[in-house]
Design a binder for this molecule. Structure first.
Ligand code: NDP
Length: 296
Protein backbone atom coordinates (compact mmCIF):
# COMPACT_ATOMS: atom_id res chain seq x y z
CA UNK A 1 0.00 0.00 0.00
CA UNK A 2 1.18 3.49 -0.69
CA UNK A 3 -0.40 5.98 1.65
CA UNK A 4 -2.34 9.04 0.57
CA UNK A 5 -0.47 12.18 1.52
CA UNK A 6 -2.43 14.47 3.82
CA UNK A 7 -1.62 17.88 2.39
CA UNK A 8 -1.51 20.16 5.43
CA UNK A 9 -0.09 22.98 3.36
CA UNK A 10 -3.14 23.04 1.07
CA UNK A 11 -5.58 22.62 3.97
CA UNK A 12 -3.88 25.42 5.90
CA UNK A 13 -4.03 27.69 2.83
CA UNK A 14 -7.78 27.05 2.62
CA UNK A 15 -8.23 27.82 6.32
CA UNK A 16 -6.19 31.00 6.01
CA UNK A 17 -8.36 32.08 3.07
CA UNK A 18 -11.50 31.47 5.14
CA UNK A 19 -10.01 33.41 8.06
CA UNK A 20 -9.06 36.31 5.77
CA UNK A 21 -12.59 36.64 4.45
CA UNK A 22 -14.08 36.45 7.96
CA UNK A 23 -11.44 38.93 9.19
CA UNK A 24 -12.63 41.44 6.60
CA UNK A 25 -16.26 41.04 7.78
CA UNK A 26 -15.08 41.42 11.37
CA UNK A 27 -13.18 44.63 10.60
CA UNK A 28 -16.27 46.10 8.92
CA UNK A 29 -18.50 45.17 11.85
CA UNK A 30 -16.10 46.18 14.63
CA UNK A 31 -14.58 49.24 12.91
CA UNK A 32 -11.09 47.86 13.52
CA UNK A 33 -9.06 44.80 12.54
CA UNK A 34 -8.66 41.78 14.81
CA UNK A 35 -5.44 42.22 16.80
CA UNK A 36 -2.78 39.85 18.13
CA UNK A 37 0.04 40.96 20.43
CA UNK A 38 3.17 38.87 20.01
CA UNK A 39 5.71 39.10 22.81
CA UNK A 40 9.22 37.83 22.22
CA UNK A 41 12.03 37.88 24.76
CA UNK A 42 15.69 37.67 23.77
CA UNK A 43 17.39 36.79 20.51
CA UNK A 44 16.77 33.06 19.99
CA UNK A 45 17.00 32.80 16.17
CA UNK A 46 14.37 30.03 15.84
CA UNK A 47 11.89 32.03 17.95
CA UNK A 48 12.48 35.08 15.76
CA UNK A 49 11.80 33.01 12.63
CA UNK A 50 8.49 31.76 14.11
CA UNK A 51 7.48 35.24 15.24
CA UNK A 52 8.28 36.79 11.85
CA UNK A 53 6.12 34.23 10.10
CA UNK A 54 3.27 34.90 12.55
CA UNK A 55 3.38 38.66 11.84
CA UNK A 56 3.47 37.99 8.09
CA UNK A 57 0.53 35.57 8.25
CA UNK A 58 -1.49 38.05 10.35
CA UNK A 59 -0.90 40.82 7.79
CA UNK A 60 -1.82 38.53 4.90
CA UNK A 61 -5.10 37.67 6.64
CA UNK A 62 -5.96 41.36 7.07
CA UNK A 63 -5.42 41.30 10.82
CA UNK A 64 -3.16 43.48 12.94
CA UNK A 65 -0.25 42.23 14.97
CA UNK A 66 1.55 44.19 17.65
CA UNK A 67 5.24 43.47 18.00
CA UNK A 68 6.68 43.53 21.55
CA UNK A 69 10.37 42.71 21.79
CA UNK A 70 12.07 42.58 25.15
CA UNK A 71 15.74 42.07 25.99
CA UNK A 72 16.92 38.63 27.15
CA UNK A 73 17.61 39.99 30.65
CA UNK A 74 14.10 41.39 31.20
CA UNK A 75 12.79 40.83 34.72
CA UNK A 76 9.70 38.86 35.67
CA UNK A 77 7.88 41.96 36.94
CA UNK A 78 8.38 43.89 33.69
CA UNK A 79 7.10 40.98 31.62
CA UNK A 80 4.07 40.53 33.90
CA UNK A 81 3.37 44.28 33.64
CA UNK A 82 3.45 44.12 29.83
CA UNK A 83 1.04 41.16 29.75
CA UNK A 84 -1.31 42.98 32.15
CA UNK A 85 -1.22 46.06 29.94
CA UNK A 86 -2.10 43.88 26.90
CA UNK A 87 -4.91 42.20 28.87
CA UNK A 88 -6.44 45.65 29.41
CA UNK A 89 -5.98 46.89 25.83
CA UNK A 90 -9.32 46.70 23.96
CA UNK A 91 -7.72 46.44 20.50
CA UNK A 92 -5.64 43.43 21.52
CA UNK A 93 -7.81 40.35 21.06
CA UNK A 94 -5.13 37.71 21.45
CA UNK A 95 -1.84 37.55 23.33
CA UNK A 96 0.96 35.20 22.41
CA UNK A 97 4.15 34.98 24.45
CA UNK A 98 6.71 33.13 22.34
CA UNK A 99 8.28 30.23 24.24
CA UNK A 100 10.81 29.32 25.46
CA UNK A 101 11.48 32.18 27.87
CA UNK A 102 14.89 32.81 29.45
CA UNK A 103 15.71 30.95 32.69
CA UNK A 104 15.11 33.94 35.03
CA UNK A 105 11.45 34.01 33.92
CA UNK A 106 8.81 31.73 35.43
CA UNK A 107 7.08 30.59 32.25
CA UNK A 108 3.99 29.20 33.99
CA UNK A 109 3.51 32.45 35.93
CA UNK A 110 3.61 34.44 32.67
CA UNK A 111 1.08 32.14 31.00
CA UNK A 112 -1.10 32.40 34.11
CA UNK A 113 -1.06 36.21 33.78
CA UNK A 114 -2.60 36.14 30.29
CA UNK A 115 -6.36 36.73 30.30
CA UNK A 116 -7.73 33.24 29.43
CA UNK A 117 -10.08 34.88 26.89
CA UNK A 118 -7.05 36.34 25.07
CA UNK A 119 -4.98 33.14 25.41
CA UNK A 120 -5.07 32.19 21.73
CA UNK A 121 -2.30 29.61 22.26
CA UNK A 122 -4.58 27.77 24.68
CA UNK A 123 -1.79 27.25 27.23
CA UNK A 124 -3.50 28.84 30.27
CA UNK A 125 -4.68 26.29 32.86
CA UNK A 126 -8.20 27.68 32.53
CA UNK A 127 -8.22 26.75 28.85
CA UNK A 128 -6.60 23.37 29.56
CA UNK A 129 -9.37 22.83 32.14
CA UNK A 130 -12.10 23.93 29.72
CA UNK A 131 -10.79 21.42 27.18
CA UNK A 132 -10.63 18.69 29.81
CA UNK A 133 -14.25 19.18 30.88
CA UNK A 134 -15.65 19.89 27.41
CA UNK A 135 -16.30 23.65 27.71
CA UNK A 136 -15.57 26.19 24.98
CA UNK A 137 -12.12 27.67 25.30
CA UNK A 138 -8.94 28.09 23.30
CA UNK A 139 -7.28 24.86 22.21
CA UNK A 140 -3.53 24.79 21.48
CA UNK A 141 -2.98 25.43 17.77
CA UNK A 142 -0.93 22.37 16.79
CA UNK A 143 -3.24 19.67 18.17
CA UNK A 144 -6.33 21.51 16.92
CA UNK A 145 -4.70 21.61 13.47
CA UNK A 146 -4.03 17.86 13.70
CA UNK A 147 -7.67 17.23 14.58
CA UNK A 148 -8.84 19.30 11.60
CA UNK A 149 -6.65 17.22 9.27
CA UNK A 150 -7.96 13.98 10.79
CA UNK A 151 -11.60 15.00 10.46
CA UNK A 152 -11.06 16.18 6.90
CA UNK A 153 -9.53 12.81 6.05
CA UNK A 154 -11.65 10.41 8.11
CA UNK A 155 -14.88 12.25 8.88
CA UNK A 156 -16.40 10.72 12.00
CA UNK A 157 -13.66 9.48 14.35
CA UNK A 158 -16.06 7.69 16.73
CA UNK A 159 -14.83 4.38 18.05
CA UNK A 160 -11.40 4.53 16.42
CA UNK A 161 -8.35 3.48 18.41
CA UNK A 162 -5.96 6.43 18.67
CA UNK A 163 -2.45 6.44 20.08
CA UNK A 164 -0.80 9.76 20.88
CA UNK A 165 2.93 9.36 21.36
CA UNK A 166 4.07 12.25 23.57
CA UNK A 167 2.38 13.88 26.56
CA UNK A 168 3.52 17.50 26.47
CA UNK A 169 1.11 20.20 27.60
CA UNK A 170 1.20 21.87 24.20
CA UNK A 171 0.74 18.86 21.93
CA UNK A 172 0.27 15.39 23.41
CA UNK A 173 -2.16 16.04 26.28
CA UNK A 174 -4.51 18.41 24.42
CA UNK A 175 -4.40 16.08 21.39
CA UNK A 176 -5.53 13.20 23.58
CA UNK A 177 -8.32 15.34 25.06
CA UNK A 178 -9.53 16.35 21.59
CA UNK A 179 -9.55 12.75 20.37
CA UNK A 180 -11.39 11.64 23.50
CA UNK A 181 -14.02 14.32 22.83
CA UNK A 182 -14.34 12.87 19.30
CA UNK A 183 -15.17 9.48 20.86
CA UNK A 184 -11.88 7.79 20.03
CA UNK A 185 -10.44 5.22 22.40
CA UNK A 186 -7.23 7.00 23.30
CA UNK A 187 -3.89 5.74 24.56
CA UNK A 188 -1.21 8.25 25.55
CA UNK A 189 2.28 6.83 25.17
CA UNK A 190 5.48 8.42 26.46
CA UNK A 191 9.08 7.66 27.34
CA UNK A 192 8.09 5.16 30.06
CA UNK A 193 5.68 3.22 27.85
CA UNK A 194 6.53 -0.47 27.68
CA UNK A 195 6.67 -1.99 24.20
CA UNK A 196 5.78 1.19 22.33
CA UNK A 197 5.78 -0.67 19.00
CA UNK A 198 2.98 -2.98 20.21
CA UNK A 199 0.98 -0.02 21.54
CA UNK A 200 1.30 1.88 18.25
CA UNK A 201 0.37 -1.25 16.26
CA UNK A 202 -3.12 -1.22 17.82
CA UNK A 203 -3.91 2.25 16.52
CA UNK A 204 -6.21 3.34 13.69
CA UNK A 205 -4.85 6.84 14.31
CA UNK A 206 -1.23 7.50 15.31
CA UNK A 207 -0.23 11.00 16.37
CA UNK A 208 3.54 11.22 16.77
CA UNK A 209 4.68 14.16 18.93
CA UNK A 210 7.97 12.99 20.36
CA UNK A 211 10.78 15.07 18.90
CA UNK A 212 12.88 12.04 17.90
CA UNK A 213 13.73 11.75 14.21
CA UNK A 214 12.02 8.81 12.45
CA UNK A 215 11.52 6.91 15.70
CA UNK A 216 8.17 5.39 14.69
CA UNK A 217 8.99 2.66 12.22
CA UNK A 218 6.90 1.29 9.37
CA UNK A 219 6.40 -2.10 11.02
CA UNK A 220 4.84 -0.37 14.06
CA UNK A 221 1.97 0.89 11.92
CA UNK A 222 -1.26 -1.06 11.57
CA UNK A 223 -2.09 -1.50 7.87
CA UNK A 224 -4.62 1.14 6.88
CA UNK A 225 -3.91 3.46 9.82
CA UNK A 226 -3.74 7.25 9.56
CA UNK A 227 -0.47 8.79 10.73
CA UNK A 228 -0.23 12.41 11.85
CA UNK A 229 3.41 13.36 12.29
CA UNK A 230 3.89 16.43 14.48
CA UNK A 231 7.66 16.06 14.81
CA UNK A 232 9.99 18.59 13.25
CA UNK A 233 13.58 17.37 13.45
CA UNK A 234 16.54 18.77 11.57
CA UNK A 235 19.03 16.04 10.70
CA UNK A 236 22.35 15.89 8.93
CA UNK A 237 21.88 15.19 5.22
CA UNK A 238 25.59 14.95 4.44
CA UNK A 239 27.82 17.36 2.51
CA UNK A 240 27.24 20.00 5.16
CA UNK A 241 23.50 20.07 4.47
CA UNK A 242 20.55 19.38 6.75
CA UNK A 243 16.96 18.33 6.13
CA UNK A 244 13.73 18.16 8.10
CA UNK A 245 12.22 14.83 9.08
CA UNK A 246 9.32 13.88 11.30
CA UNK A 247 8.99 11.51 14.23
CA UNK A 248 7.76 8.74 11.89
CA UNK A 249 9.97 7.04 9.30
CA UNK A 250 8.00 8.43 6.37
CA UNK A 251 9.29 6.08 3.64
CA UNK A 252 8.47 2.94 5.64
CA UNK A 253 5.27 4.20 7.27
CA UNK A 254 3.80 5.32 3.96
CA UNK A 255 4.06 1.74 2.66
CA UNK A 256 1.69 0.54 5.40
CA UNK A 257 -0.54 3.47 6.41
CA UNK A 258 -3.63 4.52 4.45
CA UNK A 259 -2.74 8.19 4.91
CA UNK A 260 0.13 10.15 6.38
CA UNK A 261 1.20 13.76 6.85
CA UNK A 262 4.58 14.64 5.29
CA UNK A 263 7.29 16.66 7.06
CA UNK A 264 7.53 19.41 6.00
CA UNK A 265 4.12 20.33 4.57
CA UNK A 266 1.87 18.37 6.94
CA UNK A 267 1.10 19.55 10.47
CA UNK A 268 3.57 22.48 10.44
CA UNK A 269 1.53 24.88 8.25
CA UNK A 270 -1.60 24.14 10.30
CA UNK A 271 -0.19 25.68 13.48
CA UNK A 272 -0.10 29.27 12.19
CA UNK A 273 -3.40 28.88 10.32
CA UNK A 274 -5.09 27.80 13.57
CA UNK A 275 -3.43 30.67 15.46
CA UNK A 276 -5.06 33.09 13.00
CA UNK A 277 -8.37 31.28 13.45
CA UNK A 278 -8.13 31.39 17.25
CA UNK A 279 -7.26 35.10 17.15
CA UNK A 280 -10.28 35.85 15.00
CA UNK A 281 -12.55 33.85 17.33
CA UNK A 282 -11.12 35.87 20.25
CA UNK A 283 -11.75 39.11 18.36
CA UNK A 284 -15.41 38.28 17.75
CA UNK A 285 -15.92 37.45 21.42
CA UNK A 286 -13.93 40.45 22.63
CA UNK A 287 -15.82 42.91 20.41
CA UNK A 288 -19.21 41.23 20.88
CA UNK A 289 -19.49 40.57 17.12
CA UNK A 290 -21.29 37.36 16.15
CA UNK A 291 -20.22 34.99 13.38
CA UNK A 292 -21.88 32.11 11.63
CA UNK A 293 -21.41 28.80 13.41
CA UNK A 294 -18.98 26.66 11.43
CA UNK A 295 -17.54 29.68 9.58
CA UNK A 296 -14.26 29.34 11.48
P1 NDP B 1 8.29 17.62 24.33
O1 NDP B 1 9.75 17.41 24.32
O2 NDP B 1 7.69 18.61 25.24
O3 NDP B 1 7.57 16.21 24.59
C1 NDP B 1 8.02 15.05 23.98
C2 NDP B 1 7.21 13.87 24.46
O4 NDP B 1 7.72 12.71 23.82
C3 NDP B 1 7.30 13.65 25.97
O5 NDP B 1 6.03 13.38 26.49
C4 NDP B 1 8.22 12.44 26.09
O6 NDP B 1 7.89 11.55 27.14
C5 NDP B 1 7.94 11.71 24.79
N1 NDP B 1 9.10 10.88 24.43
C6 NDP B 1 10.40 11.25 24.37
N2 NDP B 1 11.15 10.21 24.03
C7 NDP B 1 10.33 9.16 23.86
C8 NDP B 1 10.51 7.81 23.53
N3 NDP B 1 11.72 7.31 23.27
N4 NDP B 1 9.43 7.01 23.46
C9 NDP B 1 8.20 7.49 23.72
N5 NDP B 1 7.95 8.77 24.04
C10 NDP B 1 9.00 9.60 24.12
O7 NDP B 1 7.92 17.94 22.79
P2 NDP B 1 6.66 18.70 22.14
O8 NDP B 1 5.41 17.98 22.47
O9 NDP B 1 6.77 20.15 22.38
O10 NDP B 1 7.00 18.48 20.59
C11 NDP B 1 7.09 17.18 20.02
C12 NDP B 1 7.56 17.31 18.59
O11 NDP B 1 6.62 18.10 17.86
C13 NDP B 1 8.90 18.03 18.43
O12 NDP B 1 9.57 17.45 17.31
C14 NDP B 1 8.52 19.45 18.08
O13 NDP B 1 9.50 20.10 17.31
C15 NDP B 1 7.28 19.21 17.28
N6 NDP B 1 6.34 20.34 17.29
C16 NDP B 1 5.84 20.71 16.09
C17 NDP B 1 4.93 21.74 16.02
C18 NDP B 1 4.37 22.09 14.70
O14 NDP B 1 3.93 23.21 14.50
N7 NDP B 1 4.32 21.17 13.74
C19 NDP B 1 4.52 22.50 17.21
C20 NDP B 1 5.01 21.93 18.45
C21 NDP B 1 5.92 20.91 18.46
P3 NDP B 1 8.04 11.97 28.72
O15 NDP B 1 6.86 12.84 28.99
O16 NDP B 1 7.95 10.66 29.40
O17 NDP B 1 9.35 12.67 28.85
Amino acid sequence: MSAAIIDGKAFAAGLRGKVASQAASFARAAGRPAGLAVVIVGEDPASHVYVRSKHKAMAEAGMKSFDHRLPADVGQDDLVALVQQLNADPVVDGILVQLPLPPQIDEQAIIATIDPDKDVDGFHVVNAGRLAVGLHGFVPCTPLGCLMLLKERLGDLSGLDAVVVGRSNIVGKPMAALLTAENCTVTIAHSRTRDLAAVVRRADIVVAAVGRPEMIRGDWIKPGATVIDVGINRIDAGEGKTRLVGDAAFGEASQVAAAITPVPGGVGPMTIAVLLRNTLVAAHRNAGVGYEKGAL
